[in-house]
Design a protein around this ligand. Structure first.
Ligand code: NIG
Ligand code: FE
Length: 401
């Protein structure tokens, strides 16, 4: 197991308390992959033994970023969708022309297991280079029982072989396959839930929206998912206001995600039920519906807000949490401190994890050593290389220092 001493931290964000928990002139000790000491450098205990050291060179250091929403297992490209949308063609029109989710489903079904694994591992590595140490990964580009199981197996293989902490979500309810009827497909998904659990899915998600699954279909699927032992999450209010935020509250989902069209009533219901709101501004930017009120609506209602990449080939080809955080600040006018909490401790809460997203004794030894003296610089310096080194469970998984 991995031991490490990180010294020379000019400014450490621990996320302890309600702010970002700053410790100036700090050091962090990791023992067997877990944080065993955090504090001011002059107080560093003697007798730490012989362990590797990393000098942060006075940089700002944060918990490794937690990305609570990705669809990162896919094959092929949606570059045609991107190009088509630039002249104002909508997501629905692009899908009707043969693009959209179904185009990725075809390309994913045609790929080998190794191709899918390698493409997803490369995306995880790209995320690690920008400071991510925990990711949620959804299926949803297989849609048939066999193809979805294959994607669950890829996710599980990644979980076992990548150093990052990985959570796996079954999203068979991403779209109705063109060759299935709606109700038979919903019934098929419900029948597959125990199998998804057997293939080590921890969560079930449903794309509940206009053009996707209805509130009643989502309720049926998620109620059965809970009985099958899966945790619940929901794609909600992305395309239209449907009442999916209230459904997430009714079912006690860990998170409701996207939320571009959430209103105050939906946000209040989420806050009362403790549902974390996951905002995915890179997909909002790509889809171009220009609705940037969601953060104020959620925060005003007292919802815990997280940020994620939504990494997928169609609406958000992005592995970078710093990019998403900068976009959140500039588009929602989210304060810097809120963006850092949203990308760490709040994103961990969206996954119901307390062992990541904070630098405290007992947490995983996950750190992002920024290419910046202060956290605001990470978000203000657009297009810069954000992270000098990423430490994952005490191992340096990416280092430019
Ligand atoms: O999260 N909302 C649904 N699914 C994805 C998009 C998937 C795709 O277009 O391939 C999303 O934005
Ligand atoms: Fe999504």
């Amino acid at each position: 197991m991995t031991d490490l001493l990180v010294r020379g931290i000019g400014r450490l964000l621990t996320m302890q308390g309600s702010g970002v928990g700053v410790v100036e002139d700090a050091a962090v000790v990791v023992t067997d992959g877990l944080v065993s000491w955090v504090g001011h450098s002059p107080d560093l205990p003697a007798g730490l033994g012989d362990r590797p050291e990393l000098d942060a060179g006075g940089a700002c250091v944060t918990p490794g970023f937690v990305d609570p929403h990705t669809h990162l297992i896919w094959a092929g490209s949606r570059r045609d969708d991107f190009v088509d949308r630039l002249d104002g063609t909508s997501y629905a029109e692009v899908a009707a022309r043969g693009g959209g989710i179904h185009s990725t489903v075809q390309q994913t079904r045609a790929a080998s297991y190794a191709e899918l694994y390698d493409a997803a591992a490369a995306r995880i590595y790209a995320a690690a280079r920008t400071g991510t140490t925990t990711l949620e990964i959804k299926t949803g580009y297989g849609l048939s029982p066999d193809d979805e199981c294959r994607l669950l197996d890829v996710a599980d293989d990644l979980r076992r072989h990548c150093p990052e902490a990985i959570e796996t979500t079954y999203l068979g309810a991403h779209a109705v396959p063109p060759d299935s009827g709606r109700t038979p497909y919903v019934n098929e998904i419900i029948g597959e839930l125990p199998n998804a659990w057997m293939h080590n899915a921890g969560w079930c998600d449903v794309f509940c929206d206009a053009g996707a699954f209805t509130l009643d279909e989502a309720r049926r699927i998620l109620t059965a998912a809970r009985e099958a032992g899966l945790g619940l999450r929901l794609h909600a209010e992305q395309i239209e206001r449907t009442g999916a935020a209230e459904l997430a509250a009714e079912l006690g989902c860990a998170s409701a995600d996207h939320l571009d069209h959430v209103d105050t009533a939906g946000a209040r219901a989420m806050a009362a039920a403790g549902v974390v709101g996951v905002l995915l501004p890179a997909s909002t930017l790509t889809l171009g519906h220009g609705n940037w009120d969601a953060w104020r609506t959620l925060d005003g209602a007292g919802v815990t807000v997280a940020l994620g990449t939504d990494c997928n080939p169609g609406t958000s080809w992005c592995e970078s949490m710093p990019y998403v955080m900068a976009l959140a600040c500039l588009s929602y006018r989210m304060p810097v401190e809120a963006a850092f909490r949203a990308a760490t401790v709040n994103a961990a809460a969206a996954l119901r994890r307390t062992d990541v997203g904070r630098v405290v004794v007992g947490a995983r030894g996950d750190l992002a050593i920024l290419n910046a003296d202060h956290e605001a610089d990470l978000l203000a310096h657009l297009g810069a290389v954000p992270v000098a080194a990423t430490v994952t469970a005490g191992a340096t998984t990416h280092s430019g220092v």
